[in-house]
Design a protein around this ligand. Sequence first.
Ligand code: SF4
Ligand code: SF4
Length: 109
Amino acid sequence: MSKLDCTSCGACCVNPDENQAEQYIWYLEVRDTKLLSKKDLAKKHVVYDPSGVPHLRLDPQSQRCTALAGKLGQRVHCTIYELRPKGCRMLMPGDERCLMARRERGLDR
Ligand code: SF4
Ligand code: SF4
């Protein structure tokens, strides 16, 4: 599993099936990052839940984080990589969430 290459994946940058089923319309919490202080980027990629907590914005059709560029499963990159929140940084290639995300997006069986 150490051979997994994030630049040809992107599965964990899509709203997980469980969250979609529960109709979460935003993604990971935005914290431990300077993203909020970058006004233009924050406007584009951050949305606030009813409690005022900032989250990564999801594209309503694709359910992808709006900061993800490229074609899922082929060639992707995070357009705010240095500013990505802690939740993104904690996920590791090959860990449980990674493998689940890949299965949900049809990249693994
Ligand atoms: S699902 Fe795993 S391999 Fe794919 S981008 Fe996320 S961490 Fe990398
Ligand atoms: S901020 Fe970057 S790493 Fe995090 S979910 Fe969005 S595209 Fe993926």
